[in-house]
Design a protein. Structure first.
Length: 364
């Protein structure tokens, strides 16, 4: 009997040890699985940077990835744009956005912002509400608040919420910290693009957008297609016209050419005044060979246009003088996902280094 009891005790101890080993293995597996998920999320974030054109689209997609991969009920990213707090992405109904974009004013989160540390809040009993809620009871019953910083500069916050009390009690906060850092990294990466999108301006004489439009809002249209043709041309005699005639005559040339091209091309194509006498057209979704013949006709028709000299106080006995533009074109192919600014720079360098009398259509 004694031996049986001893055997049973040994078996029980062995089972306990086995259970502990299994538990540790499961924990290790969960940690490895979380790390793999974290790497996959990071890869998805990086893909988002390349696949989506505008900054807002990228941030919204990042928020969707976080919600899907981590099975989060609600996720909201709020950024300070220098003037006010703006919700950049959220899957919460808009009726709650006003409260969500003012969380920095809540006492419960002020210390979190000042110390750059996360804040976890939850309810303990039904009928309670989270401290920041003003008009809702059932939507969120627990939340984690993450202040966002770039180079020690506060830029906004990320908040995740659940409809269950104590939903984040056992969540691995290190993983969420990694997600937070990834959100910051992506936002930092696209912040330059955000600046570019907002500095595009209309040119006075051509009424065209400046070159920055290509790299911002224009790219949204361009990247609907796998390949496009980028065309840049230079009015090679614009400086001569300004000197020999008047600058106003040169401006009239720019206005006439711009108007003619705008009427000749599809609204899907991007046409901008690139810089000085240089202009750029992006034929979205059109291959280079299909563009060449059209550009040849465009060049011939423009160069046939005669513009009367603009004189401030014309004399009656003087005959009117007329002038025509001379253009030099260069074209190349742009591939979606590559740096379009490098493409335009290459075309610009070609035109700047070409013979000053070259008037042709070149493919590079």
């Amino acid at each position: 009997m004694t031996y049986v009891l001893i055997l049973l005790v040994v078996i029980i101890i062995a089972l306990m040890v086995y259970n502990v080993i299994i538990y540790k293995r499961i924990r290790n597996f969960d940690n490895i699985n979380q790390k793999i998920t974290g790497l996959n999320v990071l890869q998805d974030f990086m893909n988002t940077i390349g696949e989506y054109s505008s900054v807002d689209e990228k941030i919204e997609k990042i928020n969707e990835i976080v919600i899907e991969k981590y099975n989060i009920k609600y996720s909201t990213i709020v950024m300070f744009d220098g003037a006010e707090y703006v919700i950049k992405a959220s899957n919460v109904q808009e009726q709650h956005w006003e409260a969500l974009r003012n969380l920095h004013n809540q006492d419960i989160f002020k210390d979190s912002i000042q110390t750059a540390t996360p804040k976890y809040v939850t309810i303990n009993h039904e009928g309670e509400r989270l401290p920041y809620q003003t008009m809702e009871f059932g939507r969120a019953k627990s939340a984690m608040f993450f202040p966002l910083y770039i180079d020690n500069i506060y830029i906004g916050y990320w908040i995740i919420e659940s409809g269950e009390p104590h939903a984040f009690d056992k969540i691995d906060t290190t993983i969420l910290e990694v997600v937070k850092e990834n959100i910051i990294s992506v936002y930092k990466t696209v912040s330059y693009q955000n600046t570019v999108e907002n500095i595009a301006r209309k040119d006075q004489f051509s009424e065209l957008n400046s070159a920055e439009y290509i790299y911002g809002k224009g790219k949204k249209t361009i990247d609907k297609y796998e390949t496009s043709t980028v065309c840049m041309f230079k009015i090679i005699n614009l400086e001569e016209i300004n000197k020999k005639y008047t600058r106003e005559t040169g401006n009239a040339i720019i206005t006439e050419i711009s108007s003619y091209i705008k009427e000749s091309i599809s609204s899907e194509y991007i046409f901008v005044r690139y810089m000085g006498p240089k202009f750029a057209i992006v034929f979205s979704g059109v291959d280079l060979q299909s563009v060449v013949e059209f550009v040849q006709d465009l060049k011939n028709n423009i160069e046939d246009i005669e513009i009367e000299e603009v004189v401030e106080q014309p004399k009656e006995e003087e005959e009117s003088r007329y002038v025509s533009a001379k253009l030099n074109f260069v074209l190349t192919t742009y591939y979606k996902g590559t740096a379009i600014e490098n493409v335009t720079k290459k075309l610009e360098e070609y035109l700047d280094n070409a013979d000053k009398n070259e008037s042709d259509i070149n493919n590079i």
